[in-house]
Design a protein around this ligand. Structure first.
Ligand SMILES: Cc1ncc(COP(=O)(O)O)c(C=O)c1O
Length: 401
């Protein structure tokens, strides 16, 4: 029965029937927020209804088993145990909670990459301004993406407190070599904080292979969960070292005496007490849905559609394709000569097609190196079709010629 269900689920028609949003709109903004499938929508809706009928605290108690299932599904998705998962609001909070676990002092070093997410870069710059932490960015490979050999050299020279890296940036379809950097970090005994915000739900993730110590993710993007939820993976190594967030709350720790507190055993020490349980359950259901379909299949199809999009856009006049790096994914970025990408996004939206744009401040170093102020970002997922991509290419041809 399980095999039959898998076959049925992997069928594109079935997947699209299960995705109400794609019946009346071409949604190619999965790097922004993907369309939720029906089981996720129903899960959120049912829990909100239960809260309205019996009370929010009582509904959380009644849903205890489903909540455990949500942790298990997220853990399965990235190959760890539930004790390693902390549910948090979003990937930015996951990153800031993880960064706050380190006792930075003046002269400490953090190594990062040129394409790390803007919020992460700002957090690091603030650590530099307030605590005198040195932020050093590793060099890129000639083809683009961080050079693992540069990471190793910098680690050996500066002995950083932590390496911070975005696996897939927000403004281009490049996939950085997280596994090589993870291996180097492990060999050198430096924790790796990996921002996998655009990777989770798009490519298979196994934290044992990547060897990271923290992994930050969000629910609403390629994972197809609701907005307003995310998670943080915390390795056993970190938990055993006793690392904790700078400001644990009454859920992350227990107040045991006037001057004492006890941290939670597992990654829950990185959580806060208050939760939007409907969203937590929705994210768990989205992880279960992805696990059922299979991340290999999801990734293969999303990446094929990404390549197809690149090939269609490349045929248009005045377009510059901007996805560098050895490995590319389902995020496609392009600049159109003399046209602000924001304007194109709005015009496409008026024609029922969702895309997004990234401005210079989304990736100052990368965008300046490419000499662009804005890029159009088209991000298909496995539930999209070639027809939809043909449509966006055709509209872009009309709008730009
Ligand atoms: C690479 C990357 N990291 C982190 C984030 C932040 O995610 P969130 O808005 O869930 O905090 C984003 C959001 O676009 C992103 O693209």
């Amino acid at each position: 029965m399980w095999i039959a269900m898998k076959k049925r689920i992997s069928h594109l028609d079935y997947i699209r029937t299960n995705t109400p949003g794609c019946h009346h709109r071409v949604h190619l903004n999965n790097a922004g927020a993907a369309l939720m499938p029906k089981p996720v929508i129903d899960t959120i809706h049912d829990h909100l209804l239960l809260e309205s009928q019996i009370g929010g605290y009582e509904a959380a108690d009644a849903a205890l088993e489903e909540i455990q299932r949500a942790y298990a599904a997220v853990a399965d998705l990235i190959g760890c145990g539930h004790r390693n998962i902390a549910m948090v609001e979003n990937a930015t909070v996951a990153t800031s909670q993880a960064l706050s676990a380190f006792d930075f002092t003046r002269g400490d070093t953090i190594i990062t990459t040129n394409v790390d997410y803007s919020s992460n870069q700002i957090m690091l710059l603030n650590l530099s301004e307030r605590f005198g932490v040195r932020i050093i960015r590793a060099k890129d490979l000639p083809a683009g993406g961080v050079d693992p050999a540069s990471v190793r050299r910098l680690i050996q020279k500066h002995r950083p407190k932590v390496m911070v890296m975005s696996w897939i940036p927000t403004n281009s379809g490049m996939v950085q070599d997280a596994a090589s950097v993870g291996s180097i970090c492990e060999e050198e005994g430096v924790p790796l904080l990996l921002d996998a915000c655009q990777a989770v739900g798009q490519i298979p993730v196994d934290v044992k292979d990547i060897k990271c110590d923290f992994l930050a993710a969000t629910s609403r993007k390629f994972l197809r969960g609701p907005r307003g939820m995310g998670f943080l993976y915390v390795s056993d190594r970190v938990l055993e070292r006793g690392l904790s967030p700078l400001f644990p709350d009454t859920h992350g720790a227990r107040w045991t005496g006037p001057d004492t507190f006890l941290l939670q055993e597992g990654a829950k020490r990185f959580e806060n007490w208050e939760f939007p349980y409907a969203l937590l359950l929705g994210m768990g259901r989205a992880a279960e849905y992805a696990n059922q379909i299979g991340m290999e299949m999801i990734s293969k199809r999303a990446h094929e559609l990404g390549d197809y999009t690149r090939s269609k856009l490349d045929e248009l006049p005045g377009v510059r394709m901007l996805d560098y790096g050895k490995q590319r994914c389902a995020i496609v970025s392009a600049a159109f000569e003399g046209i602000d990408a924001k304007v194109l996004v709005q015009k496409l939206r008026d024609r029922n097609i969702n895309t997004s744009s990234a401005s210079r401040t989304a990736g100052v170093i990368d965008m300046d190196a490419k000499h662009v102020d804005s890029v159009l970002r088209i991000s298909p997922h496995y539930y999209n079709t070639r027809d939809e991509i043909d449509q966006v290419a055709e509209e872009l041809r009309n709008l730009t010629t």
